[in-house]
Design a protein around this ligand. Sequence first.
Ligand SMILES: C[S@@+](CC[C@H](N)C(=O)[O-])C[C@H]1O[C@@H](n2cnc3c(N)ncnc32)[C@H](O)[C@@H]1O
Length: 261
Amino acid sequence: MALTVTIGCMAESEGSPESEDTNVAVWKSDLGVNFWRSTAADRERRRGAHRALMAELLPFGRDEEFTFVDLGAGTGAASRAVMDYFPKASAVLADFSPQMMEQGAADLAPYEGRYRYVEFDLAKSGRWPDGIPDPAQAVIASLAVHHLNDERKRRLFGEIFDRLAPGGWFLNYDPVKPPDPVTEEAWLRAGDRRDPDAAHKRAHRTAEEHLRYENHVRYMIPLEPQVGFLRAAGFEGVDVYWKELDYVIYGGRRPPVTRSM
Ligand SMILES: C[S@@+](CC[C@H](N)C(=O)[O-])C[C@H]1O[C@@H](n2cnc3c(N)ncnc32)[C@H](O)[C@@H]1O
């Protein structure tokens, strides 16, 4: 079975917010994006069902027309899962990487007319781009929020809440950091049993693999504070809807407008 656990064996300086933020360098580079493309089939095999669950969690009828927003959409893997499940749904894919959007345009060719890209740097606070629907009927994110620092995660969840239509859902599929060493050990134990080469790979990363790994874990935090950010923003129905070791889907909805009697 393929490697699931991606955290672990962090040296003191690794993955800390103090280390240089390489997010832009990784995602706005041909090197980073070519690697992402080269591993897409394996990722789809391991992660396809999780993205399908995000679609199943959305409260729309199978034949309903609606538009959702995919934050940090990349080449559109999560958007495609939602559009496959809801054949009349349309996607607004927000990302800051021209390289990922260019590759996404190729991957999304079968969905022509049902999607558009909007350039959006999620790390920056402030006004959202006009191309993002206001209000948004639903917002999803897949493997992107962990690239933002804690304060930006917290603020972003508030901005998503404000942008959502009443009753609208936000779902986030992301890796999380273990909350303590005992949990980390258990996650690694299970991950290493699934992939007997995992421990060796962790200990023998090339410089390029090390850069990618550092970027992957730099702002990764445990699950609990993130669920807390959602609750603090005002979401209801906040839950961890799926979890396996270090990967989770959590979310909630903006309360519907209640009519006064
Ligand atoms: C690991 S990929 C995930 C892509 C896609 N959501 C998926 O599930 O396959 C992370 C994506 O987040 C995007 N990203 C990272 N930091 C970002 C930022 N500050 N603003 C917007 N997009 C960002 C990257 O360009 C990349 O497309």
